[in-house]
Design a protein around this ligand. Structure first.
Ligand code: ADP
Ligand code: ADP
Length: 226
């Protein structure tokens, strides 16, 4: 786990659009922070800058005590979970879970240990030999979580991971994500436009508007408007 610090972080896209401006944020070790706000307020751009999927045009992002502006995504010690799962359709669940570790030349015995542990935590053990198309939506989302967990990253970054699921499953998965994050004590930054998700998941919420921080506080502080 690691602290994540943003200092004056901004983004101007090549066309000239200012998506994010002057964001200061300090996410503590093991904290769960949710980025909320209306569509187009810059949530996704901010998350992608932390992940390294978008260049940072102003300010600095630090993960642990390292400024990561010039470090590629794979070197940032973070794992990202997307709404479209990003699973490999031709690979089994086991292979999907192991893939990122194989790429990083993790020893085979260590890969097997981490895959088995993640499968146990996520109740995926009976499905390790299936292909993604043979799984339910919730199981696929668990595999996506599993791919993040096996990396044992310093932080999880979630980009609206539940928005493709129906309301009932969203509720279940929300609970599972929160439970896992607490158990692993891994720092998490989570983007959503769903107020219920924000309130139930976040230790603190960051409300963005027009690319700037409008409010930061606990769910109670943010939603208890006078
Ligand atoms: P959110 O995730 O809150 O919906 P985004 O970060 O996707 O917001 O977008 C913030 C702003 O940046 C919007 O005005 C959007 O149109 C703009 N934007 C997003 N991606 C790009 C891009 N690749 N090129 C130019 N402008 C973009
Ligand atoms: P790794 O296991 O190293 O993350 P992946 O093949 O899953 O390898 O991803 C390679 C890069 O592409 C990573 O930086 C990841 O964050 C990014 N990536 C993976 N899936 C998506 C997606 N659905 N949308 C955007 N970026 C993605």
């Amino acid at each position: 786990m690691a602290r994540i610090t943003l200092n004056g972080v901004g983004k101007v896209y090549p066309g000239g659009t200012r998506a994010v401006g002057g964001v200061d944020l300090d996410v503590a070790d093991g904290e769960f922070v949710v980025l909320v706000g209306p569509s187009g307020c810059g949530k996704s751009t901010l998350l992608r800058m932390i992940a390294g999927l978008e260049t940072i045009t102003e300010g600095t992002v630090s993960i642990g005590d390292r400024v990561v502006n010039d470090i590629e995504p794979a070197g940032r010690d973070i794992a990202m979970v997307f709404q479209n799962y990003a699973l490999y359709p031709h690979m089994s669940v086991r292979q999907n879970l192991a893939y990122g570790l194989k790429n990083r030349r993790t020893p085979a015995a260590e890969i097997a240990r981490r895959v088995d542990e993640a499968a146990r935590m996520l109740e995926l053990a009976p499905y390790l030999d299936r292909k993604p198309r043979q799984l339910s939506g919730g199981q696929r989302q668990r595999v996506a979580m599993g791919r993040a967990i096996v990396r044992e990253p310093a932080a999880f970054l979630f980009d609206e991971p539940l928005s493709n699921l129906d309301a009932k499953l969203r509720g279940v998965m929300r609970w599972e994500i929160k439970t896992l994050q607490r158990r692993l004590a891994t720092t998490a930054i989570y983007v959503t436009h769903d107020q219920v998700e924000a309130m139930t998941l976040g230790d603190r919420l960051v409300v963005l508007n027009g690319g700037r921080v409008e409010q930061i506080g606990t769910p109670l502080e943010v939603y208890r408007r006078p």
